[in-house]
Design a protein around this ligand. Sequence first.
Ligand code: TXA
Ligand code: MG
Length: 346
Amino acid sequence: MAERSDKPDTPRPQNVAELAELLRAGRLVAFPTETVYGLGANALDADAVLRIFEAKGRPANIPLIVHIADIDQLSTVTARQPELAMQLAAEFWPGPLTLVLPRAPTIPDAVTAGLDTIGVRVPAHPLAHELLTAAGVPVAAPSANPFTRISPTTAEHVRAQLGDRVDAVLDGGPTDVGIESTVVNVCGERPVLLRPGSITIADLEAVVGPVARATPTADPHAPQPSPGTSERHYAPTARLVEVARDPNGNLRLPTDSFANETWALISFDRDDASGVTASEPAMHRPMPRDAANFGRQLFATLHDLDAAGCTLAFVEQLPPGAEWEAVADRLRRAGLARPGDEGAGR
Ligand code: TXA
Ligand code: MG
């Protein structure tokens, strides 16, 4: 990042070797990846891993993703490396893809929530790579946010949400992808998509053929294919309500009075802020019309709703198309409701 050091908002130089030492000593270090910031701990140190759950307030039955510096380390955290996994790793690592594989016996139960599988990825961020290389151990890292809150895409988001519950934050500026990695189980004959991300099902299928989708079991007490992927998550304080356009292209906001609320508008058109209703939104965020750029800005936008004290946000309906799957998933889990939905908002 040295080439950017003349810019005013450039993260200050940080001693990666010192942070790696903290990790090896069992402390918590938040670090940037290309997706979101992770809250890292030495994955081989069960006490350190338990500290992650404490800091996040996360239930112990949701497994963590383990980060490795490069593919050569895969055999240190997994019991087997099926051909399917190697094909996907060769194509997408380093990158925003997590592979669920049979776990090595050296991995503490706390990391995998007792499952016999482990989620692993090689992140593409240069600072993450530097930190993982210097640490020399696999690093368990969920997103660096309190359980059910919005994932962090900047170091400020981490500090604001976790404060001194994290021992250090490695600042790499805003993340590039903005939503968490695609998670795929590759233990069986056919890969199973567990969590959508910027690498789409079509991207995966181009490499390994048909990919199945996990369907959460109806009984919440039965084992889930991927614990933690179905519940409400990513939640801002504001209620999120979907709005569509009328045939004239004007946004249709509900006529019910919301004038007394601090409300926001998240839509695709810069001109939407004025004239849609009698009251002005406290915040209007025109969003990019392509899924990748929308995804990059999504969590920062949700964080901004909280910062602006919004109690309600209208979100324009997403365009059709498979490339929107991950964004739609995150908005749904942030509580997005259609007007009139059962339990709309929350
Ligand atoms: O982009 C990301 O993946 C970020 C960055 C920091 O790498 N990490 C992340 O971790 O999102 P986390 O802990 O918030 O998400 C972990 C999710 C779990 O909720 C679960 O759905 C899935 O990954 N997962 C992890 N291990 C699994 C396993 N053994 N079997 C099934 N699903 C697993
Ligand atoms: Mg998370």
